[in-house]
Ligand binder design. Structure first.
Ligand code: B12
Length: 484
């Protein structure tokens, strides 16, 4: 085989595909850091690599295919989520028919949980990667010839008409062995986080500080396993300082499957941020669980520049919290919200509607609970049992998964006016759930107290525009049907 050269692709899924016409203006276009990590590792191993980030570069499938056709790339790596499945399937078909000699490798959360099925359903794909992609992609690119593929851990591949699954690849123990994500291969000026996630300007790069989560929430699929593995504090500080110098950032999103799970790690990180004076230049936001924080930790996070925490609250029903194995109580949620506000940190809350066995009354309880604990921002999504989760397996066994058409696995179906969703609790309907999602947002945001709170956060004409747009979308949703 010719010298291998790799192109990594974030598939062309637009904000409108994801959130629908009305909500697209609020969606994020964020860096595909998984691909950037893989690219960084390939560069370190002298494999020529580039990234096409179709949503950020606004490239269509046709443009991607002609771009690859004009290049020397012979390995195409594509990221796949359940929601991007059909886009990726079409893309693979177009690539293979235009450039038959190239090898197509799929990776990411969907390929990780359903590798064999992904290859069955996408006949043009040659390899499906399971779990972390850095070492696997390097091994694929360094194969002297195609028959070496049979020795590579963490993949499913085709041999004649058969699909073979090789042994899993162990998780990377020391994340510092990976170079920083190759952000220089990304169009960094094209990214913006959702309005609720930023303070002022919407440019807010993400830094991933750890992988893995020990909790067992039934709705979550874990690409990175159960063990918390973090980069070293020195490496994280270096990456933040690099970002500051290269992109003159003023804010950053610190991402980890569960940032606050290991208190010593977070404490050391906050101290290091303060010792290096980073908090004087940069504010940060992160996600957390209500049972992994305390008053001292919050105070320290605030001192280190944390201005916002997003908490997954999920539901206002203790029965449902138990059912989804969240492992927290409503009292803990209320307590954590109180402590966080007291520490001067703003809150985003995530809520799920239509959980298994959820009654209409319980949906109302969730909305009422959201208003009671009162985060600044609340997001209400319709429950989607993603493959690879305990929730999916249980509903599948009970014959309650309504469709395996992965296009329908979108949590914003209420706004998109979807005809089908993968799961509806007994006695309820799509229409009612979709209306519930809209009603939840209206009921939460169109309150005088919230409007007053937002007015206090206005810092620029863009902020006024942002809030006005949101207000209009909510108002319109009360009068216009869900397919608008
Ligand atoms: C941050 C995040 C987001 C961000 C931005 C993600 C992005 N940059 O595109 C936002 C908020 C926008 C988001 C949105 C959504 N997200 Co999200 N998100 C995450 C989260 C928390 C972290 C993702 C991340 O950055 N990981 C870190 C990087 C390093 O990992 P990675 O991208 O997975 O890549 C590694 C491997 O997967 C693999 N890999 C990835 N691509 C490829 C490609 C090849 C060729 C190879 C070989 C390997 C490979 O190698 C990489 C390096 O090791 C994950 C949970 C998680 N821990 O994975 C959920 C998660 C990925 N999201 C999920 C979902 C469902 C969504 C939404 C569909 C929700 C919705 N609105 O309906 C949307 C879809 C967005 C889209 N792109 O179309 C699910 C996906 C489940 C599934 N089966 O597909 C996850 C797993 C959470 C969950 N519920 O379990 N998300």
């Amino acid at each position: 085989m010719d010298k291998r050269s790799v192109v990594l692709i974030n598939p062309p899924m637009t904000l409108e595909d994801r959130y629908g016409k009305e909500m697209k203006q609020f969606g994020a276009v964020s860096e595909p850091l998984g691909l950037a990590y893989i690219a960084g590792y390939l560069e370190k191993n002298n494999v020529p690599v580039r990234i096409i980030d179709a949503p950020a570069q606004q490239m269509s499938a046709e443009q991607i295919v002609s771009d690859i056709g004009l290049s020397n790339d012979n390995i195409v790596g594509i990221s796949i989520l359940t929601t991007t499945f059909s886009v990726v399937k079409d893309l693979c078909r177009s690539i293979k028919s235009a450039i038959p000699h190239c090898m197509i490798v799929l990776g990411g959360p969907h390929s990780t949980v359903l590798p064999e099925r992904t290859l069955e359903e996408i006949p043009e794909a040659d390899i499906a990667c399971i779990g972390e992609g850095e070492l696997t992609m390097a091994a694929i690119a360094q194969c002297a010839d195609d028959s070496d593929i049979k020795h590579i851990e963490g993949i499913c591949y085709r041999r004649n008409d058969e699909i073979i699954r090789n042994p899993d690849r162990p998780f990377i123990r020391n994340l510092d062995e990976l170079p920083p994500p190759a952000r220089h291969l990304l169009p960094m000026d094209q990214y913006h986080l959702t309005a609720s996630r930023v303070s002022g300007d919407t440019f807010c790069p993400t830094i991933i500080v750890a992988r893995g989560c020990p909790f067992k929430c039934s709705y979550c699929s874990r690409t990175f396993g159960r063990t918390f593995r973090a980069h070293s504090i020195e490496r994280i500080i270096e990456e933040i300082q690099d970002l500051t110098q290269t992109y003159q950032i003023r804010q950053i999103n610190i991402e980890a499957d569960t940032l606050t799970v290991k208190k010593t790690f977070l404490r050391d990180l906050c101290h290091a941020i303060i010792e290096n004076g980073i908090q004087r230049k940069i504010k940060w936001t992160c996600e957390s669980r209500v049972d992994t924080i305390d008053a001292d930790m919050l105070k320290l996070m605030r001192q280190a520049g944390c201005w916002q925490i997003s908490y997954g609250v999920e539901t206002g029903s203790q029965r449902l919290l138990n059912l989804i194995n969240k492992g927290v109580t409503l009292t803990q949620v209320e307590h954590a919200f109180r402590l966080t506000k007291k520490a001067g940190i703003s809150i985003r809350g995530f809520f799920m509607l239509g959980l298994p066995t959820e009654t209409r009354q319980e949906s109302f309880e969730t909305i009422a609970f959201a208003k009671k604990i009162d985060p600044l921002w609340a997001q209400f999504t319709i429950t989607v049992p993603y493959p690879g989760t305990q929730m999916f397996d249980e509903l599948d066994r009970a014959g309650q998964i309504r469709t395996y058409d992965w296009r329908c696995y979108n949590t914003w179906s209420g706004w998109k006016g979807e005809e089908e969703i993968p799961f509806i609790p007994e006695g309820r309907t799509i229409k009612e759930l979709a209306e519930m999602q809209k009603m939840a947002l209206r009921s939460f945001y169109l309150r005088p107290s919230i409007i007053w709170k937002f007015m206090k956060t206005i810092r620029s004409p863009q902020d006024v525009q942002k809030y006005f747009n949101g207000f209009m979308v909510l108002l319109r949703s009360a009068f216009v049907g869900s397919s608008s």
